[in-house]
Ligand binder design. Structure first.
Ligand SMILES: [Zn+2]
Ligand SMILES: [Zn+2]
Length: 370
């Protein structure tokens, strides 16, 4: 019979809640430990005593927030695993020794644990004649058998199992050095029944840490308000920076703009700048043409260098280049530049520049002289 993954929803809920209790308990154990308790603040406010409830508050809220979705995801994953096992048929294979068709004795899943790694179905095929078992993937690729090694001499051991006093043991016997290793099945280890006190403590902790729907809703409300406050703070800071920048902007006339551009562009190897102002609507748009004096510079490189040089020169002015407007033909480049007049337009321009270059360090542009 094939192992079935999907269980009742309550089983997933129980596991999720136990994990919540475990995690909250470990916070308490940490903060209530003598080493941490001694690190109180000098004014008498013990810092572990106010950090601990905060951490628990956040964790219990977060566990509440993700509970339903996490459980849905886990159930969906198990549902998919079962479907995968049910749909896949073992590949047909002949025994490499005698040539008889082999029979599938077990189907199982090899779980993908790493990110992006998928589960894969594997089969154990058996040859009745030769008693040979092969472990393979769906496409017939063999899965290499990992030999069990002796912890003393490192040679391969023989494996057996045994039941004693209602418990299950795995035994590894080494024929080379005679060493015997015995381990109790971890399933048996885990199945120690909890005592009455442990059960009562768990129920108490579950009430404290797995918060009710009402408490959970209050947490979500609180979280939303905190986020709004953060957003407002950020928006406010952005605006403060924006107004600072707008104040720093130099408003250039067309003549000063031309002078500034001619200077930096000549340095970058372009000459003969021509600027015209076509009759336009509401916006001030200038058209320009310029020649590239460097023969070695071709289309794309020439356009990029020109755009970068112009954008850098105009960074703190009321003018900006339309980068996509720059064209190149046989060493002549054309493009368009837009001018901004009103305060409102300037704010829009600077806001978009700040988005491209988010942080402006206060120290930038300052030089220290000795
Ligand atoms: Zn065979
Ligand atoms: Zn050995």
């Amino acid at each position: 019979m094939t192992f079935k993954h999907l269980e009742e929803r309550s089983a997933y809920e129980e596991r999720y809640d136990s994990a919540t209790v475990e995690r909250c308990r470990s916070i308490e154990d940490h903060f209530l430990s003598p080493e941490i308790q001694q690190k109180g603040l000098s004014d008498g406010r013990g810092f572990p005593d106010w950090i601990m409830p905060l951490q628990i508050f956040h964790l219990t809220g977060e566990r509440y927030r993700n509970r339903k979705e996490t459980i849905n995801e886990r159930m969906e994953k198990d549902r998919q695993r079962d479907a995968m096992l049910a749909q896949t048929r073992p590949p047909f294979m002949r025994c490499p020794s005698c040539g008889q068709p082999m029979e599938c004795v077990d189907t199982s899943l090899k779980y993908g644990f790493e990110e992006g790694e998928r589960d894969r179905v594997t089969f154990f095929l058996n040859c009745k004649e030769c008693k040979e078992v092969h472990h393979i993937y769906e496409n017939g690729t063999p899965i290499p058998r990992k030999p069990l090694l002796c912890e003393k001499c490192g040679k391969e051991v023989e494996f057996s199992s045994e039941e004693r006093d209602g418990k299950y043991y795995y035994i590894r016997t080494c024929k080379h050095c005679g060493h015997i290793e015995e381990r109790m099945s971890t399933l048996d280890e885990e199945e120690k029944n909890p005592t009455k006190e442990e059960l009562e403590r768990f129920e108490r902790d579950k009430k404290r840490f797995c918060i009710s729907e009402e408490q959970g809703k209050r947490f979500l409300e609180w979280e939303k308000r905190m986020k709004q406050i953060d957003d407002q703070k950020e928006e406010h800071l952005l605006n403060v920076e924006l107004y600072d920048r707008v104040k720093e902007v130099k408003s250039l006339t067309i003549a000063s703009l031309e002078k500034k551009l001619r200077k930096v562009l000549e340095k970058a190897g372009y000459s003969d700048l021509q600027i015209t102002m076509p009759p336009s609507g509401r916006e001030i748009v200038l058209e320009f043409s310029i020649r590239d004096t460097k023969d070695s510079r071709k289309d794309l490189e020439s356009r990029q260098t020109l755009s970068e040089t112009i954008e850098k020169a105009l960074e703190m002015t009321n003018w900006s280049l339309y980068p996509e407007s720059v064209t190149y033909r046989l060493g002549v480049l054309n493009g368009r530049i837009r001018g901004y007049e009103s305060q409102e337009e300037l704010e829009t321009l600077m806001r978009s520049r700040m988005k491209k270059k988010p942080k402006k360090k206060k120290s930038e542009g300052m030089t220290v002289e000795f």
